[in-house]
Each structure stands twice: as structure tokens, then as C-alpha cells.
Design a protein around this ligand. Sequence first.
Ligand code: SF4
Length: 110
Amino acid sequence: MAQHDSVCPLDCPDTCSLTVTVHGGRATAIDGSTRNPLTGSFICAKVRRYAQRVYSPLRVLYPQRRIGAKGEARFERIAWDDALGASAPSSNATAARRSCRTTTAARTAC
Ligand code: SF4
């Protein structure tokens, strides 16, 4: 078992310092560290349970496509290229809409 200094990886302005306990190559506990006096030993409940989320059997590690009715939670694994190909049109459409809103807010032609 070893303890390592770290910092919260989430996009949060607090940037809490962390002490991560590693056992057998896996993080087993995450606590607040006193090394940064600004955050003291504080971390939020979300990050205190981070190791459970990282190693959860429910964590999605690859792209999947729904194969059942919505709500059935039935999915099949698909290749990254297929996932990007399937999502690109809607992502591009969303980007186009957002760009349109921005130009509308700026009172330019849209
Ligand atoms: S541990 Fe929680 S409060 Fe601290 S920086 Fe991370 S997300 Fe923010």
C-alpha cells in the first residue's frame, strides 16, 4: 500500500489537493490532503467516492449502440469509427445551431 499526492482532476475552481491510497495497482481510497493549505484536507463527497466510480462494473469503457427499446438498457459494443460516424451528423447540427444562436445574439444574419 502506498499513498500519493495528487490533485482533483475535475473542472472545479477549488482544485483540492488529494492523497490517493494505492493497493495492488488500484486506488483504494481518496482523501483530502493537507499539503495545500488553501484546501486543507477538504474534498467533496463526489471525489471521495471517485475510486468506486473508476472501477465500477457499470462504467462505460467503449462505445455502445442501444439495441432494445429505450429504457431496456440493452446495448451492443460498436467500433469507435462507427460511433463517431453515427454521432457526427447530430454533433455537426448542434454546432451549427449554437453558432446560429451566437450570431443571432450578436444581431448578425442567421
Ligand atoms: S474535490 Fe470536489 S470540491 Fe474539490 S476540486 Fe474536486 S470537485 Fe471540486
